[in-house]
Ligand binder design. Structure first.
Ligand code: FES
Length: 243
């Protein structure tokens, strides 16, 4: 199959960006979008041109490193998948793909399709962990947790921090990400000890990073590749007021 790519090229955070057009032929429909960009970059390198910068790591939908906007779709025209899980069979041969980075003030563009998502790391550093004394690992079954609760906490913990929720939200809110990180710890007995301190400092950091407010349009939930529910935002708000 062949595709025309219109890709956002931007040399740095302070440069002016623009779309550049590339034609690719002989693409295999089973290639993923990052594999297609690998093909393009090999071509650009052979031509002595600057390859397109983009982030990817696991290419299995686990790490959250990838993420572009393709024809206006966050991650993918398919539902519930990351960019790296999007295959060319999702498009028609001869189609034009417009590819640009996730856009949000708190996610500045580093280069081309690479964005700086360290704001998420700083929210985690503000409290998204459980403090334990060092020493021997505790016995795994010493604190009993029901299967239902463990499953619920795991559903929240499935957030991969890709930033799709922020990119889709009209307010660029990080409430779904922060809510998921707060929820999965607050629901478990090990995390409830620091729950009040955690929610206050993580919400304060989220606001300090310049993310917008949540107005519950649920657009974030609709594009989340992990299916994280807005129930996590409700739980974050309830934890916050409790604290
Ligand atoms: S590269 Fe890891 S989720 Fe896409």
């Amino acid at each position: 199959m062949k595709l025309t790519l219109k890709i956002w090229r931007q040399a740095s955070n302070v440069s002016k960006g623009s779309f550049e057009t590339y034609e690719l032929i002989d693409l295999h429909p089973e290639m993923s979008v990052p594999e297609m960009l690998d093909v393009l970059n090999e071509q650009l390198i052979l031509e002595g041109k600057e390859p397109v910068a983009f982030d990817s790591d696991c290419r299995e939908g686990i790490c959250g490193q990838c993420g572009f906007v393709i024809n206006g779709n966050i991650h993918s025209p398919e539902k519930g998948v990351t960019t790296c899980q999007t295959h060319l069979r999702s498009f028609k041969s001869g189609e034009t793909l417009v590819i640009e980075p996730f856009r949000a003030k708190a996610f500045p563009i580093k280069k081309d399709l690479c964005i700086d998502r360290r704001a998420f790391d700083r929210i985690i550093m503000a409290g998204g962990y459980i403090s334990v004394n060092t020493g021997q690992a505790p016995e795994a079954n010493s604190t009993r947790i029901s299967h239902e609760l463990a499953e619920e906490a795991f559903d929240s913990a499935a957030c991969i921090g890709c930033g799709a929720c922020v990119a889709m939200c009209k307010n660029a809110s990080a409430a779904l990400f922060t809510g998921a990180k707060i929820s999965h710890l607050a629901m478990l007995p090990q995390g409830s000890v620091e729950a009040g301190k955690r929610v206050k400092s993580m919400v304060a950091q989220m606001d300090a990073e310049g993310f917008g407010s949540c107005t519950m349009t649920k657009a974030c939930e609709a594009v989340c590749p992990q299916g994280i529910s807005v129930a996590n935002i409700v739980r974050m708000n309830s934890e916050y007021w409790k604290a």
